[in-house]
Design a protein around this ligand. Structure first.
Ligand SMILES: C=C1C[C@]23C[C@@]1(O)CC[C@H]2[C@@]12CCC[C@@](C)(C(=O)O1)[C@H]2[C@@H]3C(=O)O
Ligand SMILES: O=C(O)CCC(=O)C(=O)O
Ligand SMILES: [Fe+2]
Length: 359
């Protein structure tokens, strides 16, 4: 068995979520200082109304300064979100033995299991996930609920139909906010819908008797363009705020605001914007009393399309490209070995940076 396969099986060992105390395998307290997050309100993640008259300006500011924001008036019906939330709950409430019937296997990226970044950390996360890609989710649902799989499949399809256009809309707004014209956007890879890859990852963070010693999802950046996150209203997501005039680098808890999604900037958007947009580091913490459920929709390019800084942003005044072009797949591979140094390894060398400074 490969080390990844054995790690996956261990993570999902049925005992893992029945502990009364935290086993060493899940105890992060020695190697990981959990600096407590700022109280909500002092320095708060922006909330953007998609009907705001100053929308483009607000999007640009939030993407550049925070790399994360909440959106309201996004157009997705609360009724659909309630049904989606109920099906996520129904899935994770199944016995572990049943969920393991659809465990991710080596070489596949759909099904029940952990996340790729778990390999990079010496401890297990307080987490279980279910990855949805194309047709496999129907096969999986048939195995999980032989007598009633259609209610799950239907709601997933409805959710996809609603969230994919929202992904396009946000991407379009972000490109406008970078100064691209409608025509330039149409000619960019976002204009070609065959070049976009979609993936939905359902996440569950069971309640934990000692939440300060565990980590739900360890600090990371997502690799695509933009992630849109639905959650069940249980707080837990935190973002790393960079050092600034207000203070040193700090964790900020993302507030729970009804009828909003959390949107975060990912690595390839940072590359595309030539470093203007901030690919925010984030993590999920766990509650003592409530299970947190979420669904991340990862909007990114087709895995084998090269993405580099937008040519429209280059020029004598704007500057030179900071990164060499890379595909989504290449970046994911780089991150699996270099972790947070992956983007640095894609930087165009220092001489060009010197030129940039001197320009
Ligand atoms: C589309 C995807 C993005 C993701 C890898 C995946 O194939 C499905 C899981 C995603 C996730 C979720 C947690 C953080 C992350 C870095 C990871 O290890 O798995 C992301 C991946 C990513 O953004 O590349
Ligand atoms: O569930 C959350 O709070 C965050 C999930 C996340 O960061 C991810 O799936 O990449
Ligand atoms: Fe993430």
């Amino acid at each position: 068995m490969s080390s990844q396969a054995s790690v996956d099986l261990k993570i999902h060992h049925p005992q893992n979520f029945r502990f009364n105390s935290i086993p060493d395998s899940h105890d992060w307290s020695d190697l990981y200082d959990h600096p407590s997050a700022q109280p909500i309100g002092l320095d708060s993640v922006p909330v953007i109304d998609l009907n705001d008259p100053n929308l483009i300006y607000k999007i640009r500011k939030a993407c550049a300064e925070w790399g994360v924001f909440l959106i309201r008036n996004h157009g997705i019906e609360p009724e659909l979100l309630n049904r989606f939330g109920s099906q996520i709950h129904r899935l994770f409430a199944l016995p572990v033995e049943v969920k393991l019937k659809v465990a991710k296997t080596e070489g596949t990226d759909s099904g029940y299991g952990g996340v790729p970044i778990s390999q990079l950390f010496p401890k297990f996360m307080w987490y279980e996930g279910f990855a949805i890609t194309t047709a496999s989710s129907v096969d999986h649902a048939q195995i999980l609920w032989p007598d009633d799989y259609s209610s799950f499949c239907e709601v997933i399809e409805e959710y996809k139909k609603a969230i994919i256009p929202l992904g396009y809309r946000l991407m379009h707004l972000m490109l406008l906010s970078l100064g691209l014209t409608e025509e330039e956007i149409d000619n960019s890879l976002i204009g070609d819908s065959t070049k976009i890859k979609n993936a939905i990852h359902l996440n569950s963070y069971p309640a934990c008797p000692d939440p300060d010693r565990v980590v739900g999802l360890a600090p990371h950046t997502d690799t695509g363009f933009v992630t849109i996150l639905y959650h069940n209203g249980v707080s837990g997501l935190q973002v790393l705020r960079r050092k600034d005039d207000i203070g040193p680098a700090r964790w900020v808890t993302v507030p729970v605001v009804p009828n909003t999604f959390v949107v975060n900037i990912c690595d390839l958007m940072h590359v595309l914007s030539n470093g203007t947009f901030h690919n925010v580091v984030h993590r999920s913490m766990v509650s003592k009393t409530n299970q947190r459920l979420s669904a991340a929709y990862f909007f990114g390019p087709q895995v084998d399309v090269k993405v580099g800084p937008l040519s429209e942003l280059m020029g004598p005044e704007q500057g030179l490209p900071l990164y060499r072009p890379v595909t989504w797949l290449e970046l994911q591979k780089l991150k699996s070995t270099l972790h947070d140094k992956a983007l640095q390894s894609m930087k165009i060398d220092g001489k060009i940076e010197e030129l940039r400074k001197g320009a």
